[in-house]
Design a protein around this ligand. Structure first.
Ligand SMILES: Nc1ncnc2c1ncn2[C@@H]1O[C@H](COP(=O)(O)OS(=O)(=O)O)[C@@H](OP(=O)(O)O)[C@H]1O
Ligand SMILES: Nc1ncnc2c1ncn2[C@@H]1O[C@H](COP(=O)(O)OP(=O)(O)O)[C@@H](O)[C@H]1O
Length: 626
């Protein structure tokens, strides 16, 4: 057996570099890599060549462009993570081309950054993006910030002018709860104070950028913390079962007794192995290993192995800080999957504690999180979630929210268990045991909602019922939610006042969502006269909501008057009738418009059925009618 192998993963210090567009971030990265001898052979020649072609002096930002091209072509792994060395110390530059990418990088753990370089143009000073970036650094918890005041050549290296900018940038950072560790006046283009001291600023006695980087504290070793070994997979070879994963924290030794996640089963570590090496007696944070257990218990992927006396926090309701990435608001009741190391939990947002006001960083109580906003929320799962509270710059508690399609919708660092407040509605919604993919495979189509809106008499019910028939005959699992029908039961307490119609739409949307989640194609036929109400339905249903405008003008509908309601409304027997004395707001950009005032019913039905089939059939199953 070999001795403990120490972790190689702790080695590189991630440094995130951010800055307002055109403040010189790309130039800085190119210059830094060059001046510290971190460019591969040929790279410099390439840059000089492209610069010359454009009749420019050396344009360092082309280096990043060329890395980007390589990434697009799949040559390099990831241009947003650029490794470099200063002496014997290794760093990774985490480039964040834009706000969204920056957040995404931070959220997915691509950057467990300890420190940041904030690039500020000396002439322009701090701008909107500078502010936003600084705020993100604050929210994410990066405390070690180096401000690089770039382009000081444009201020003639003048001490008074430079210090004036320093004061104003410091003021901004101070308001955001940040303090610059260093403030380096520099010219990235010319190399002043990047890797070598500028002789054009003799008055400056602080560190160059590379000196400041060398002073960034090294990440604390995670090997001394309590053991956390998230199970990635369980393999069987011969008569042995191997539990594989990467140790996230702490150290494990042969002979240790560990507890296995939610099963709470104790077991002894019988052996520690890793790929192509002799078995080990112990292993520590950062290493990928496989262990065998005695007795031979079978953990699940996502289970956390830990020592008996140092368990993680365990709670089914957790408080999270939310970095919301979607362009739509988030509301209470939405469900997601919470990824945490190798574990995945179905969670529902049960409350929004507070929302961050992006103008002054104050928190206010809110009922929704605005698009790309920040908030503190409570997530509830059906089972216990095991976690360690989020610590900036580490993978601890680094939750990520994904939607049904496994797309990342937000970062949710877990900050602790959520107490149940007095009188709070403590609900624990559970997720389906059947996956969306399995449902699709069996049914041959996706679950979707087609929301038919239009005046009374426009033909919503006629079309929905005929399409129901045709789709069912074609093997589609379809159902109809019709206004009149719902109002006879589920919505019988509702009238036609605006608030009642909104509630009517909300209930129909919630039911449609449940049916959609069960894999059905749902045709909703509801006047739903207000755009804001249909927007609400879209929010509730989310993925797979399609608005269909059943379009017949008021004159036609009134002339048809299949139920005699227009006549009754004109006679004053019904008040608040849509189109007569209550509004109808036609959709502005429906996914489909079916004109029903100048064609046959069959033609309109066929148009709707083709659209539905084209939208819901997956892959090779598409059977679109013409
Ligand atoms: N005041 C008033 N305004 C509109 N409609 C009225 C009203 N009173 C009764 N009805 C009958 O109710 C049906 C509309 O119900 P909906 O649930 O689709 O309406 S809404 O979406 O809540 O606006 C509607 O059905 P359709 O004609 O199929 O649209 C009518 O049959
Ligand atoms: N192209 C068409 N599509 C749908 N309905 C039509 C069309 N042309 C005429 N109609 C007639 O219009 C009436 C629509 O009534 P209905 O389906 O109850 O409307 P809604 O549900 O929108 O109130 C029916 O009598 C139907 O036969």
């Amino acid at each position: 057996m070999s001795d403990t192998i120490s972790s190689s993963q702790d080695a590189a210090t991630p440094i995130v570099i951010v800055g307002h567009v055109d403040h010189g971030k790309s130039t800085l990265i190119g210059r830094l890599l060059h001046d510290t001898d971190n460019l591969q052979d040929g790279k410099v020649a390439q840059i000089i060549e492209s610069s010359k072609k454009r009749g420019l002096k050396i344009e360092w930002s082309f280096l990043l462009d060329s890395l980007q091209i390589e990434r697009d072509q799949g040559v390099t792994v990831d241009s947003t993570r650029i490794p470099f060395k200063l002496g014997s110390r290794e760093y990774v530059i985490v480039d964040a081309p834009g706000h969204r990418q920056f957040l995404r990088n931070m959220i997915t753990g691509a950057a467990d950054a300890e420190a940041a370089v904030l690039v500020v143009d000396a002439v322009e000073g701090a701008r909107e993006q500078t502010r936003r970036h600084a705020m993100l650094l604050h929210l994410i918890g990066i405390r070690h910030v180096i401000v690089l005041l770039n382009k000081v050549d444009l201020l003639d290296f003048d001490q008074a002018k430079i210090e004036a900018v320093e004061v104003s940038v410091n003021e901004l950072l101070g308001k955001l709860g940040l303090e610059a560790a260093y403030f380096v006046p520099a010219s990235a283009r010319d190399g002043d104070n990047i890797a070598s001291r500028s002789d054009r600023m003799a008055w400056y006695k602080g560190p160059t950028l590379t000196e400041a980087l060398a002073r960034v504290p090294t990440p604390a070793s995670r090997s001394e913390l309590a053991l956390r070994f998230p199970v990635q997979d369980v393999y069987r070879f011969g008569d042995k079962r191997y539990v594989a994963g990467r140790i996230e924290r702490g150290r494990v030794r042969v002979g240790d007794t560990v507890v296995i996640g939610t099963q709470k089963t104790p077991a002894r570590i019988a052996s520690i192995e890793s790929w192509h090496t002799a078995p080990h007696v112990s292993a520590s944070a950062g290493q990928s290993i496989a262990v065998t257990l005695e007795p031979d218990v079978i953990p699940d992927r996502g289970d956390l192995l830990h020592h008996v006396d140092t368990p993680p926090t365990q709670a089914s309701r957790v408080r999270a800080r939310l970095f919301w990435l979607r362009q739509e608001p988030l509301r209470v009741g939405e469900s997601f999957r919470l990824r945490l190391a190798t574990a995945e939990h179905a969670v529902t947002v049960t409350s929004i504690e507070s929302v961050v006001n992006l103008d002054d960083l104050t928190m206010y109580p809110g009922t929704e999180v605005p698009p790309e906003g920040f908030a503190e929320i409570t997530l509830a799962a059906a089972e216990n979630i095991q976690f360690d509270a989020f610590a900036p710059g580490t993978p601890d508690g680094r939750g990520v929210l994904v939607d049904l399609q496994q797309r990342i919708v937000g970062g949710a660092p877990l900050i602790g268990p959520a107490e149940i407040a007095v009188g709070e509605k403590a609900i624990h919604p559970s997720a389906s045991a059947v996956s969306t993919q399995d449902r699709q495979r069996v049914k041959g189509h996706k679950g979707s909602v087609f929301w038919l809106t239009g005046l009374s008499g426009a033909g919503k019910s006629t079309l929905a019922r005929a399409a129901e028939n045709a789709l069912f005959a074609a093997g589609v699992d379809v159902s109809v939610l019709d206004g009149d029908t719902l109002r006879a039961g589920l919505c019988k307490d509702l009238g036609f006042a605006e608030a009642d119609r909104t509630e009517n739409v909300r209930r129909a949307a919630e039911v449609a969502r449940i049916l959609r989640d069960a894999g059905q194609v749902v045709l909703v036929a509801l006047i739903s006269p207000l755009r804001s109400d249909r927007e609400l339905a879209r929010q509730i249903i989310g993925e797979g909501f399609e608005e269909v405008f059943v379009d017949a003008d008021l004159g036609t509908c009134e002339q048809r008057d299949p139920k005699g309601l227009y006549a009754a409304a004109r006679a004053g027997k019904i008040s608040g009738f849509t189109g007569i004395d209550a509004p109808y707001e036609a959709p502005q950009a429906p996914a489909l418009r079916v004109a029903t005032d100048n064609g046959s019913v069959e033609k309109a039905v066929s148009q709707l059925v083709s659209f539905v089939e084209g939208s819901v059939r997956t892959g090779g199953n598409a059977r679109v009618r013409s």
